[in-house]
Design a protein around this ligand. Sequence first.
Ligand SMILES: [Ca+2]
Ligand SMILES: [Ca+2]
Length: 94
Amino acid sequence: MIKRSIIICMLVTGFATVSSYAQERKEPPRRDPEELFKKLDTDGDGKISKDEADKAEHKMIKDHFSEMDTNADDYISKEEFKAFKPKGSPRKKG
Ligand SMILES: [Ca+2]
Ligand SMILES: [Ca+2]
């Protein structure tokens, strides 16, 4: 019976699709500064250049580049990156 083998084939293909879909679901991304840094440092030299910041999907990096680059060497080192805290709620101390 050809028809039957077609149905089996369809079932197998369908199952394979479902299982590969399940495998694609990875664990949710963590907000780990190290991970984010690695993502931003596309050439992997251990620092984020202005060029890399420009290409970053996080516009925040570009906007705050000079703030993050505390020693003004035009690169954000991992230390500078981790030390940076975006000002969520500006408050003034008297
Ligand atoms: Ca880099
Ligand atoms: Ca720097």
